[in-house]
Design a protein around this ligand. Sequence first.
Ligand code: PLP
Length: 389
Amino acid sequence: MTPIYLDNHATTRVDERVVAAMLPYFSEMYGNASSRQHEFGWKAEAAVERARAQVAALIGAQPQEIVFTSGATESINLALKGLAENAPPGRTHLVTVVTEHSAALDSCDRLERAGFEVTRVKVDGWGLVDPDDIRRAITPRTFAVSVMTANNEIGTIAPVGAIGSLCSESGIAFHTDATQAAAAVPLHVGPMNIDLLSLSAHKFYGPKGVGALYVRSGIRPSPQIDGGGHERGFRSGTLNVPGIVGLGMAAELARREGAGDAKREQELRDDFVGRLSADLEGLTVNGHPDLRLPNNASITVEGVRADRLMLDVREVAMSTGSACSSSSPRPSHVLEAIGLGPAGLASTVRFGLGRFTTREEIEKAAECIIAFVRRARAGQMAVEIHPEQ
Ligand SMILES: *Cc1c(COP(=O)(O)O)cnc(C)c1O
């Protein structure tokens, strides 16, 4: 039996409508979008431009402000390194937050090694960053501020509008990693004063390996990939036409259905958490109680090892944290930042619901987890009984 998929922060199933939109661009309209001399190229280019408008519409941008990339990791690298490289003389300082995705934090580490200065602002116990802390971190040398819209582990949504306006007052570029938020949180780059925004198709029912960076017109991050000058020089390389078409369709669906999806997911998530808390003692839901993604539940189960829970409850696909760092045994920097100690870190699981999650699945998942936790707490699941694990 296929497990119940509750790991939608790691990636999502591609919507059938997205697959259908992409298919013709593999073997029928397979032109290079840069081929200006024939119909194959024109059709590919038209499809890319349609997708550009669809992505722009999702976030309230102009189509010409969208740069297609290979995903959010690349978009974030382009935004942060590109802004650093093109910063005016004397502007050598970047402000970010401790709970950012590794794509941002590791880019910052590299910038530090190259001589830039980085301030990593702390968050409160809910994972919320205070805009006043951002304001205090800004110096006359600051060239950019980067704060994620919604956290991929605990779901907390940052006060992006407030941070955007204080950056705009100080004339500092503001980038947000909206990868988890794009489909669930209404985003309008104009009123929110967002100058650059990263997103990725596979986090909202599109294909893997394609994403976008919104770059407000007038802002010019230095390209990080050189070549034929595609994407107005911001990102060279033959465009991934089927992927971009998929991203466009995913964005269109998110724009039309995102609010409805979010409402449904939130009801199911609350029901799921409610079932677990009704039957189990010692549960803590991490992240902000209200300012949070509708589909996220990060739960610390006191006295139960998260790795055991995940291995034993085969019926449910869940995770301990960010898929991007699951290969490294490092404890979650996000859970550490909100104050969890070693015991909490070892007993936290992340659930991510999605467009295709059903009530039946939620009921079944809750049942399996409750049963496991009861067995584990009754001591029948001691590690020694399963030496193979
Ligand atoms: C998944 C994710 C990324 C990385 O996106 P890719 O397209 O997989 O490179 C970056 N930031 C956040 C918040 C994410 O959830």
